[in-house]
Design a protein around this ligand. Sequence first.
Ligand SMILES: *Cc1c(COP(=O)(O)O)cnc(C)c1O
Length: 415
Amino acid sequence: MKQSFVTAAQLEEITKQYQTPFHLYDEAAIRQKARDLYQAFAWNSGFKEYFAVKATPTPAILKILQEEGCGVDCASYVELLMCDKLGFKEDDVMFSSNNTPNEEFQLARKLNVTINLDAYEHIESLKQAGSIPEIISCRYNPGGTFSLGTDIMDHPDESKFGMTKAQLIQAFKELKQLGVKKFGIHSFLASNTVTNDYYPTLARELFKLAVEVVLATDVHLDFINLSGGIGVNYKPEEVANDIFKIGDGVRAAYEEVLGAAGLDKVKIFTELGRFMLAPHGHLITKVLHKKETYRTYIGVDASAVNLMRPAIYGAYHHITIAGKDTALPTTTVDIVGSLCENNDKFAIQRKMPEISVGDTLIIHDTGAHGHSMGYQYNAKLRSAEILLQTDGSTRLIRRAEKPEDYFATIAGFDF
Ligand SMILES: *Cc1c(COP(=O)(O)O)cnc(C)c1O
């Protein structure tokens, strides 16, 4: 059973204070997650997590992660600006962008953050950006399919990201000539993996590549960035990943491959987003209407603008009813928002306990790629974000948008 991190009584208090819908985050669990991750990789003395900002670009959340020792992984101009203002400096920041506009390279160089080059061709852009950094990373794409055992996990050959092995080796040689002193290797081969084998398998592949690349180029390899991709158990029948097993698996590969080749000072970096935050956020919404036609529709005050994943990926998010955690499913419903789009459904033909108008629904695992993917279709506004703090009190960390916010960018009319 999927548990909520708030009790029904707590939620009743919180919904008296803040109007639904809103995203609610669990500070204590976020801190614990970061501590577990650092513990699991404590065997590697340079280990660092660069939280993937796109998952939850919320300053109060980024500050919590910063206090727990994390850096940030940025992919755009504004993410870089925001993280700079939050005090993430130089090697606290990984810039893993792609199809990168020149002004973004210029800002990345000005801030002296670690650039993770997505394309061999971007070496030219980097030269144009003015100066060559002392440290740089290159993103690898092995092509083909990526499998774990007999399961095909993803198709790197269809992915726009990264460079081929030959390009990576050539890039290292050229960048070394241009004055780069230290190098990193990065790769992201599968998303939302619910298995403890993804990271160890990816790591082994990257470690072998690293040995080959160092032999071919004689560069100083500073780090290997395993990137994101460790997933979460969105479905109640799935088992959560065990970060300690994952850390042990990476360690075994490290000792066997890098250790044996004398590359035992290489730092391990991660850029986890979903794994760090998804389970520690809920989208809280109230039931406005019940409608009976060919199906039973439960209409809530949130919509796909607050959580886009079900609409665009058909993603499953578990939904529970506050105060009815142990009630058995007796009815089959579609749980829907109010957009004029029939894909605006949080659940389709879901077996649920009896739901009444006025009930508070908890949509689980929305802490990553939830609020951040929000948009304003139908002139629906983005919701507030609330932090459930370690002491049990709540704090507004982003207010809900107001009509004035929507009108603010319109030119030629005065609303
Ligand atoms: C999205 C992304 C991540 C985070 O991925 P998760 O699946 O959320 O862990 C990390 N690195 C890069 C470059 C990304 O684009």
